[in-house]
Every structure is written in structure tokens, then in C-alpha cells.
Design a protein around this ligand. Structure first.
Ligand code: ATP
Ligand code: MG
Length: 346
């Protein structure tokens, strides 16, 4: 049913996470996109992280089943790239006409990214005026290994899908979750293995980082410090969380060292941002991902940073039938990336 009147219905967003695959299809343009389809299926993390042929085939089969069951009516897909695979930087560049700018950035890219240019896929966007040089503007530039993009492409094409876009997970997540106002906000997606951090200023990402601490490390700390098995540790973490009272604060004690490794990195990013953008004070933190439902985790962050911390709503820019509300809000913390991909303007 795709037509030029509703261009954004002609693809769906696909998040291949560590613990689940999620898809979202929306219809309509502008601010009022309507939910058409959403679906998810758990994934064994060994498969998500493996590059072996056998596991790639299993992954392809799982995506295929999910797309089939969801009844998505397009083959076009916008797919996320795990932020841990992406290098992102912000750089000042000359103010040049668009075509000259592209060429100029191509020349400079080699010195901006850590990998050889010939082996990398580079993408960039102008994000505003340089905060330090009036004559320049700033760009956000990402690079990812060709090898990774090509293997994802092969996997998705092998099941008949047509990739219309690749986008780093963190940028997609920020599109779905950022509150549409001009105050600087910090978004955190605390996933299974990594935490994606994005600072949005004037509605546009200005700083992104992938921090290698997530739910897995938090559960591992509980396993080790309380001497219990992984399953029980996970139950403890998501039941008692960071409360001082629950279980006499034992879980809090077990995990606070690991959580503080994360908060230390977050703090560094806040300082870095506020040094570069003098006067732009971060006013709120929006948290999503698995860890956002750990009891009192958002409160812990709020106390640590002295900032408002909100739990993100992945569906904030999406309209849907009222009777879906409870179900959608219940899975909101794992849908930020998929919704953000579906909200792309192609
Ligand atoms: N209510 C809950 N009870 C128990 N565990 C939960 C709950 N909600 C989330 N989790 C845990 O959170 C983790 C998944 O988080 P999330 O969905 O953000 O990860 P992911 O997107 O698959 O991973 P990544 O983004 O790192 O690739 C899993 O370990 C899952 O067990
Ligand atoms: Mg995720």
C-alpha cells in the first residue's frame, strides 16, 4: 500500500540487539506517524555476537520468521548498527557549498577516523555552527567497517530484504526518545552489554559514546558478590535494584561499584560536553534500555548528577490505538532503536 503520499510507510525499522530482535513499521509523515506493525523475538546473545556462518544463518532465519509473523508488507528495511561498532566524532569544517563540502570532508576523513578510509563506510551531517570558531561549522561524522556493513547486508539480502539505510543505534534511539525542545538533554540506553550515550542539543545529537558497561556487568557483579547463580542474580537485580531497604541493601552494595564505573564515564561525557559548549547546561537525563527498569536506578542517577532523570518513552512520537497503550508502554524500554529507525525520513 505504499505510495508517494505516505512515503514513510514503505520501510520498517529493524534493531538486532544482543538479547532480542525488534521491528517497527510506521505510516504517515511529519509529527503524527501512526503505528502499523511492531514485533520482537528473543535472541540468544551468543548468536547476536557471533560472526560465524552458521550463526549468521540462524540470525537470518530468525529475522525472516519475525518479519513473516509480523505481516510487514514491505521488503525495505532501515537497520541499526551497534554503537560499539561505530566510531563517531564531531569536527569543525569550513563553510562551503554542499558539493564542495562533501569533497573537502572526504579529504579530511582519513585523519578523523581510526580505521583506513578504504575499509570504512563514512557518513556525516552538519549539526550547527562551531562553538569555538565563528568562521566554521560543525559536523558529526561516523565510520563503520565495510566488512561489518557488508556482512549485515548479505545476511538481510539472503532473506529477500532490501536495505534502504544503515544507522548507528544511538542516533536512532535519540530520534525516538529526545524531548522536542532546545534544552540540552542526555540520553542513555543501558543495554545488555553496552550503554549508549547521546547528548542532544537543539534537537540534534552533538556527542555520542558507547560505554562497555550494561546489564550483563551489573548481573555479573551480583553473581560474584552475593555468591548466587546468574538466574537468581538477574531476579534480584530487577526485583530489589538499588534500594537501600530491600534485602537490606545487599543488591545495592553488590552492584554500586559497577554502576559507578558507568556513572564515572557519564560524568566525563557531561564535562566534555560542557567544556566544548560553554553555557549549554544539560537539564535532564532520559534513560531507556534493560537497566531503566532496575528499581531505583533512575533515582540513583538523579542523586548522583543532581539532575532530573526521566524514563524514556519510545512511542512518544507515534500514534496508536488506546487499547494498545499498556502493552506498548510495557516494552517501551527495548523499542527506542527500532522506533527511531522507523521514524527516519528516507
Ligand atoms: N523486567 C525485567 N526483568 C528482568 N530482566 C530484564 C527486564 N527488563 C530488561 N531485562 C534485562 O535487560 C537486558 C536487555 O536489555 P536491552 O533490551 O536494553 O538489551 P539489548 O537491546 O538486547 O542489548 P544491546 O542494546 O546491548 O544490544 C536483558 O538482560 C534482560 O534480561
Ligand atoms: Mg539495545
Amino acid at each position: 500500500m505504499s505510495s508517494f503520499l505516505s512515503p514513510s510507510s514503505d520501510f520498517f525499522g529493524l534493531d538486532i540487539g544482543t538479547t532480542a530482535i525488534r521491528l517497527v513499521q510506521l505510516r504517515g509523515t511529519g509529527d503524527a506517524k501512526a503505528l502499523v506493525k511492531y514485533a520482537y523475538v528473543p535472541l540468544e546473545s551468543t548468536i547476536a555476537l557471533s560472526e560465524s556462518k552458521g550463526d549468521q544463518a540462524k540470525l537470518a532465519e530468525t529475522v525472516k520468521q519475525l518479519v513473516g509473523q509480523a505481516g510487514v508488507n514491505t521488503k525495505n528495511v532501515a537497520v541499526g548498527i551497534p554503537s560499539s561498532r561505530v566510531f563517531t566524532t564531531v569536527a569543525d569544517v569550513e563553510r562551503l557549498p554542499e558539493n564542495e563540502l562533501a569533497q573537502s570532508i572526504r579529504y579530511q576523513a582519513d585523519s578523523l577516523i581510526p580505521t583506513p578510509l578504504a575499509e570504512s563506510k563514512v557518513d556525516w551531517a552538519v549539526i550547527g555552527d562551531s562553538p569555538s570558531d565563528k568562521l566554521k561549522q560543525e559536523i558529526i561524522l561516523s565510520s563503520v567497517a565495510n566488512k561489518f556493513v557488508e556482512s549485515r547486508l548479505d545476511m538481510l539480502e539472503s532473506i529477500g530484504l532490501n536495505v534502504v539505510a544503515f544507522e548507528p543505534d544511538n542516533l536512532a534511539m535519540a530520534r525516538a526518545l529526545a524531548v522536542p525542545d532546545t534544552t540540552p538533554q542526555l540520553l542513555l540506553d543501558v543495554g545488555r552489554r553496552t550503554t549508549d550515550l547521546v547528548v542532544v542539543l537543539n534537537g540534534v545529537p552533538h556527542l555520542t559514546r558507547s560505554i562497555p558497561t550494561g546489564v550483563e556487568a551489573i548481573v555479573r557483579a551480583t553473581t560474584q558478590n552475593l555468591n548466587i547463580d546468574e538466574k537468581q542474580a538477574e531476579q534480584f537485580v530487577f526485583k530489589f535494584g538499588m534500594s537501600k531497604e530491600k534485602l537490606e541493601g545487599q543488591v545495592l552494595q553488590a552492584i554500586s561499584g559497577t554502576v559507578d564505573m558507568l556513572t564515572t564515564e557519564i560524568e566525563k561525557s557531561i564535562k566534555f560536553f560542557q567544556t566544548r559548549y560553554v553555557g549549554a547546561k544539560i537539564e535532564r537525563i532520559i534513560v531507556t534500555g534493560g537497566a531503566s527498569v532496575i528499581p531505583e536506578f533512575p533515582l540513583y542517577l538523579a542523586n548522583k548528577f543532581g539532575l532530573n532523570v526521566e524514563i524514556g518513552n519510545a512511542w512518544r512520537g507515534v500514534s496508536y490505538a488506546q487499547d494498545r497503550q499498556n502493552e506498548l508502554l510495557g516494552i517501551s524500554n527495548q523499542f527506542g532503536v527500532a522506533v527511531g529507525l522507523a521514524e527516519r525520513i528516507q
